[in-house]
Design a protein. Structure first.
Length: 290
C-alpha cells in the first residue's frame, strides 16, 4: 500500500468517548452542530478508521480539554492512545493538556509521550483562556520540545461558542497567530502546527510559516473553497513546504474537504507536499530532504 495522505487534524466523535465526558459535553456538541445547521452525529472510531484506510490515508486524532475554564470533564488521553493501538495502520494521536494545571500538565506531557502519542493538541487558547507566549507556560513547551512532541494550536476564528450569548465565553484574542511567533522563536526545536486558515489573521500565520522553520500551518476547519486567496497563493509559491492536509473531520466531512481541495489551483508537486510529504517530515516519519 502506498500512503496517499496524512490528515493531521481529526477529532473523535465516538459515542463511547462522549459518554465518558458526561451530559454537558453532549449539550455543547449539539449546540455547535445547531449553529452550523448540521446534524450532531456521532461517528465511531471504527468507521473513522475505515474512511482513512479505504483511501490509503492516515489520520492524527486530536483531543481537547479546558476543565479549568469550563469545568467540563475531559476525554482521557488514554482513549486516544488505546484507539491508536487498535488501529496502528491508520491512526496516530495527540494528547490534550490544560495549561493552567501547571506541573500536572507537564507530567501529562511526559505521559503522552510514554503512551506512544506524537503530539499535544489541539490546544485551544480561546477556550482555555491563555496566551501561548506567557512565560508561565514555558515549562510546558520546554517539556514538549524535550520529548520531541509536536504541538498543535487552534488559531483564528473559533466555531466553539459561535452565535451563543457571549460566544459561550470563548475569547478570540488568545488565538492570534503572532502569539505563537514568540514560542517558535524561543523553542526552535519545537515543531508547532498553527491550525486552520487563522482568519482574521491569515497574513500573520503565513508570515510566521515563512519566517520560522519550526512553524507549520494546517488547512483544516474550512472548506478549501473558502480559503482566503492569499493563503492559496502563498502556499502555492513561498511556503509549499509548510502547509499540511488537515480536515477537522468529522465537523467538516473528510470527503467534502478532499473534493474542494481538488478544485484549488495548486501545482501538482505542491499538492503532494501538502497531502503527505510535509507531514512525514513534521512527524519524523522520514528523513527530511532539505
Ligand atoms: Zn481548532
Amino acid at each position: 500500500m502506498t500512503l496517499t495522505g496524512i490528515d493531521v487534524h481529526v477529532h473523535i466523535h465516538d459515542a463511547k468517548a462522549r459518554a465518558l465526558q458526561g451530559p454537558e459535553a453532549v449539550r455543547k456538541f449539539e449546540e455547535k452542530a445547531r449553529y452550523f445547521k448540521r446534524e450532531a452525529k456521532h461517528l465511531s472510531v471504527e468507521d473513522q478508521a475505515e474512511q482513512y484506510r479505504s483511501r490509503n490515508m492516515m489520520a492524527v486524532l486530536v483531543n481537547g480539554r479546558d476543565e479549568t475554564v469550563t469545568g467540563l470533564t475531559p476525554l482521557p488521553n488514554d482513549f486516544v492512545a488505546e484507539t491508536v493501538q487498535r488501529f496502528p495502520d491508520v491512526f496516530m494521536g495527540m494528547g490534550a493538556i490544560d495549561p493552567w494545571t501547571g506541573e500536572l500538565a507537564r507530567r501529562e506531557i511526559v505521559r503522552i509521550k510514554e503512551m506512544g502519542l506524537v503530539g499535544i493538541g489541539e490546544l485551544n487558547p480561546a477556550r482555555q483562556h491563555f496566551y501561548p507566549n506567557d512565560r508561565r507556560f514555558y515549562p510546558l513547551w520546554e517539556e514538549a520540545e524535550r520529548q520531541g512532541l509536536v504541538v498543535l494550536f487552534h488559531s483564528g476564528y473559533a466555531a466553539a461558542g459561535s452565535g451563543t450569548p457571549g460566544g459561550g465565553g470563548v475569547k478570540l484574542k488568545y488565538c492570534q497567530p503572532l502569539l505563537l511567533d514568540d514560542v517558535a522563536a524561543d523553542f526552535p526545536d519545537l515543531k508547532i502546527i498553527c491550525a486552520h486558515p487563522s482568519w482574521p489573521w491569515t497574513a500573520e500565520s503565513l508570515a510566521i510559516a515563512r519566517h520560522k522553520p519550526n512553524f507549520y500551518i494546517d488547512l483544516s476547519g474550512w472548506s478549501p473553497k473558502y480559503f482566503p486567496p492569499e493563503l492559496v497563493q502563498q502556499v502555492n509559491s513561498v511556503i509549499p513546504h509548510k502547509a499540511l492536509f488537515g480536515s477537522d473531520a468529522p465537523s467538516l466531512p473528510l470527503d467534502r474537504w478532499l473534493a474542494d481541495f481538488e478544485q484549488l489551483p495548486l501545482k501538482p508537486e505542491v499538492r503532494q507536499q501538502i497531502m503527505l510529504d510535509n507531514a512525514l517530515k513534521v512527524f519524523g516519519l522520514e528523513e527530511p530532504s532539505t
